[in-house]
Design a protein around this ligand. Sequence first.
Ligand code: NAP
Length: 523
Amino acid sequence: MAAKKAQEKTYTVSNPATFEPVATYPLMSPGEVDQAVKRAKAAFPSWSQSAISQRQAILKRAAAVLAENAAEYARQIAAENGKTAMDAMLADIFSTAHLLSHYGKKLGKYLAPVKVEGTLLFPGRKTYYVFEPKGVVGVISPWNYPFTLSAGPVISAVAAGNSVVLKPSSQTTRSGLIVKEIFVKAGLPPDVAQVVTGSGSHTGDALASHPGLDMLFFTGSTEIGNKINVKAAERLIPVIMELGGKDVAIVTKNADIDRAVSGTAWGAFTNCGQTCIGTEIILVDKSIFTLFAEKLARHAGGIKTGMGCGEVGAMTMDSQFRLVIEQLEDAVAKGATVLAGGKPEEGRTGRFFPPTVLTGTTPDMRVRTEETFGPLKCLIPFDTVDEAIAIANASEYGLSASVYTRDPKEGKALAARLKTGSVNINDALVTYAVPSLPFGGVKKSGIGRYHGAIGLQAFTDIKSVTEFYWPLKREFFWYPIPKETETLFPHLMVMMFGQKAADKLKAAGSAVRVAAGSLAARL
Ligand code: NAP
């Protein structure tokens, strides 16, 4: 985490591109987390009863606040994360405004009661289910897309009528505070969405362990996600886990090579490669491999590092920076070749790492088995698409993937075979940015989904309701059970579940006769 000081009561965040201090924040204690959860609990009854139209107005106003302050917020996010302001604008701010506006429009539809078909056994009932807020949702978010990955779950939780306590990554505390700021400016009661600041092991652990939470939403590494999942399981509270990934892009012989080169490079290097759904392994059909490799080497080699528009920013965390160097050294020592990029420039201030592509990697190399989460990528040829799918599905992760082909039939067939939470055909990262598409992973990449209708309803408890107002004193199977009921059920069974039409018709006649007699007795 960022540097601590003054008996660990505060911590200071430094800019990864300049190493200059950006801001100092309180390192909140378990007691302060407890107070925040209690305030959130007290705010819940009133907010959970708020009209959908009131929530929609707040969501739309929050989108407007974000839009009006976008450039300044992008600057602040970039300063603590090390990404370029353009990366912050595109992936953090634009996508969040889009989600706010989407739920601002669709909330009534997504949370409307759902009428369902009843059954013959219970005639006259209205049958439907409703979505009710859960209570207090704890949200713990990472540093890589520090604003959108904090805002997304907070927006979903608040829109569904919950109150929230958010613990952003200590490195990117300001991004979490912006989430609260836009909501308060939009008119949300302040205790409905609160932020606790501090490190994961101290403040984050206190939040994840708090008995007052009704749900936990975690975005981060699979390792910490596992630990938090165990804590939630002990208290039997639901979780959504958005965890690590090792995404592949499959480029078939039918691909538009130029689009595949640009798409895989963008998917690989945007946000300095620190993207959970970023492309880590590029699998290319052997028949186009040489041409693809030449073009990718030229393209990736032309992407500069720096803080300007169109450049790749600095890596956020020192630990990640060192991991990328370790994986690169391990791969080269075991025989891999550097096709583009390589080691960071010596003596340069800031954690800048050039977009790097390796060929000749083998499955025993760390870069092939571990999540990299940086601008170091593997380019691998394949003989058949079956081989490409096998490499992709061998991963313990299953977050997202890309397929590049001009043949729609091939694209859909490959997408269906990939064991991932999402697939982009001739694209990269788009599934996250479409607010109506549910987002999340399979295998060790996570549990549950957010975004879209399903992702909003995930922040609610579903209550099934039946309504019945006929003037019957009792049902034909309530005590004392009438004798006719015994006669009725065999007919009813054949009528409802039998296969032959003649038998069903005959049983229906008998059932109606028995039921009519029984009904007369119950009026
Ligand atoms: P991380 O180390 O797991 O941290 C994530 C969050 O958990 C941070 O707020 C961290 O706080 C906090 N934390 C750490 N230890 C904790 C503990 N014992 N109890 C409670 N909270 C704790 O992950 P990261 O390094 O920030 O993020 C990178 C990882 O996230 C990668 O694996 C990436 O693939 C994954 N990710 C997944 C998605 C997705 O949607 N699937 C999206 C983005 C990132 P501090 O930072 O203050 O220590």
